[in-house]
Design a protein around this ligand. Structure first.
Ligand code: URA
Length: 430
């Protein structure tokens, strides 16, 4: 059978399952520049509409991995003992700073946590942008530096190199500008191609559900989680997933330095209840995937070992863990207009306001403000009075206050009836 882009597009458009050869050809040829942007755009849109079978998703994932290199951390050793590697991946949410306390916490139990992370685009923040608010910290490590830090410290957070699933990098950029991000086969294969290529032995997924997430309802989130867990299992990566709420933003801050400060509170044994609850649940999952059972992850927050590992992780990547974090030159308040209980705090609106204030970027490569972001002073169910402060806005560019305030109109709903606070952890998929 001859392979050509037009017949592959037409086959998917008409609802056929693509053969392994068609998938390999489409992914490899597009990455090499032999299939035109408009042809890949059409194929992606056909996939969004027609979906993919489990076999097609697995093959699409493998084809993306095959365009680059695979890392191998199976021989990381400390004092002669081989360390198990476990990573965590979140599908992205507002105020989701869990990676920051979680990596050092899990590593403090003798597990290696290699976290290849990304930068923020749109309303969700990027882990690398957050850590770059720490003086001197650098995200770009060589594989040798990463391996050394894993052996010495146990935790590393760095940028994924350009040769890790390069097909995904190119396809994701195209999806971003062609309205083809929201597809379970495409999201699952995109995330898992990078995680499988990264070479982790085990993986815990945090699949977000709600207004501030890709997946707006529980059924879609469960299907995405199941798809990724199966892809992981097929590739020999022990994968489990938690489904967690993202109608409401996590913690009390969204923005780079603001989220680092909140993570430090968690590492010091404090911090907002929901951030602590999710950090504990994910730590428990990661530790049991690594064969470390019968430990209470809260213990190493209390005794300071997780904080020691954080400091070693930051210093290992050139950062000063004791340096003061940058603080915004300008602040503004948003106050409640009525008395009542907070019945809604919209994650998407908060994420958008933080982005408008300068915490996120409008296009890849644009700079972000370390200082910018939103702090909220109320949580679901809290009683407020008219005039109480709901939000503090932080920025270096005060001319942005008006648009950020506009984004927050309607973000908080106040009601005079009792408010049922939903659970943060909604399910587990294995
Ligand atoms: N994150 C990814 O890496 N890929 C997607 O498709 C969506 C979120």
């Amino acid at each position: 059978m001859t392979l050509d882009a037009v017949s592959i597009i037409a086959a998917k458009r008409d609802g056929a399952a693509l053969s392994d050869e068609q998938i390999d050809y489409a992914v490899a040829s597009y990455t090499a520049g032999d299939i035109a942007e408009e042809q890949m755009s059409a194929l992606l849109m056909a996939i969004v509409w027609r979906g993919m079978t489990r076999r097609e998703i697995a093959r699409w994932t493998a084809a993306m991995i095959a365009t680059g290199t695979r890392l191998d951390f199976s021989e990381i050793r400390r004092n002669g003992r081989r360390l198990t590697t476990v990573d965590k991946h979140s599908t992205g949410g507002v105020g989701d700073k869990i990676t920051l306390p979680l990596g050092p916490l899990v590593a403090s139990y003798g597990v290696a946590v290699p976290q290849l992370s990304g930068r923020g685009l749109g309303h969700t923040g990027g882990t690398l942008d957050k850590l770059e608010s720490i003086a001197g910290w650098r995200a770009d490590l060589t594989v040798e530096e990463m391996t050394r830090q894993l052996a010495d410290v146990g935790a590393v957070v760095c940028a994924a190199g350009a040769d890790l699933a390069p097909a995904d990098r190119k396809i994701y950029a195209l999806r971003d500008v062609t309205g083809t991000v929201e597809s379970i086969p495409l999201i699952a294969s995109s995330i898992m191609s990078k995680k499988i290529a990264e070479g982790t032995a085990a993986l815990v997924l945090d699949v977000k559900v709600g207004s501030g997430a890709f997946m707006k309802n529980l059924d879609d989130a469960a299907e995405l989680a199941r798809t990724m867990v199966e892809l992981g299992a097929d590739a020999g990566v022990a994968t489990t997933a938690l489904l967690t709420d993202m109608n409401t933003p996590l913690g009390r801050t969204a923005g780079n330095a603001l989220e680092v400060a909140e993570s430090l509170e968690v590492l010091a044994g404090g911090g907002p209840d929901d951030v602590v609850e999710l950090t504990m649940a994910l730590a428990q999952e990661m530790l049991s995937s690594a064969g470390v059972s019968d430990v209470d992850p809260a213990e190493n927050l209390r005794n300071g070992r997780a904080m020691d590992t954080w400091r070693a992780m930051i210093a290992g990547q050139g950062g000063d863990p004791y340096a003061a974090l940058p603080v915004a030159s300008d602040r503004d308040a948003v106050v409640a207009s009525a008395d009542g209980r907070v019945s809604r705090l919209d994650a998407m609106a908060v994420g958008r306001a933080a982005w408008l204030l300068g915490a996120g970027r409008a296009a890849p490569g644009h700079p972000v403000q370390a200082e910018a972001g939103v702090q909220w002073h109320v949580g679901l169910g809290d009683q407020v009075r008219a005039g109480d402060r709901l939000f503090t806005l932080h920025t270096q560019t005060p001319e942005r206050f008006d648009t950020a305030r506009a984004a927050l109109v309607g973000a908080v709903e106040v009601s005079d009836v009792a408010v049922q606070v939903p659970q943060r952890i909604l399910g587990r998929i294995t």
